[in-house]
Design a protein around this ligand. Sequence first.
Ligand SMILES: [Zn+2]
Length: 236
Amino acid sequence: MPFTPLHWGPALLIGFMVFPLLNIPILVVSSVIVDIEPLVMNLQHGFFHSYLGATIAGLMVAVATMPFKNSIEWASTHIVGLPQRVSFRNVALTSLFAVWLHVFLDSFLYPEMKPFLPFDGNPFLGLVSSPVIYEISFVSFLPALALYLLRIYMSLRKARSNWCEQQDGIFRLSSGVSKNVKYHSLYPLLSRMPRNLADERRWLSLPLVSLPPEESLESGSTSGGGAPSSRTGCSG
Ligand SMILES: [Zn+2]
């Protein structure tokens, strides 16, 4: 495409549709990487604008980016806002998908392209007119943006839910076997309950969570009682 960033529209739309199957930062890089070719080859779409060449380019991107695994995960969390784990399989799948989509979209546009190298010819040329390809690519940005915002919302909800679960675990631990039990607002009630072995086992089987410093439990106990949800805003 003469305006390379147009490739981001369809790529990101599909990326957010199947999230977290494809890695978003890798998708952004890989969906435009093969356009280095026309940039350095006087606007000619050659080997890297074939499925064979694009496959090699996609695998090169996957191998080259793996040493930066931590940086990609950081970018996913702090720039994209959608935390994603990075694995070679995930990165390779993403970069191959991105370069193949790039070749597919370009193959409608450029007479010099031979997408099925080493075979000659381009059966897609002119099947869909250039303005339609540009419009599809441009219009894709809108649903991609809507899906992106939806994914952000879902991610924030999940993070909040995890945090609330952890708070609930702290509450149960602190009211069960923790040494901080005396700070809990329900301590007067708990201390009068008969000690029950079954209950004790239930507290101990909870997932390991880090307890807050004693001061925070103490301040929690002075600010009023009730269930953990009402103290942490986790209800509903
Ligand atoms: Zn291209």
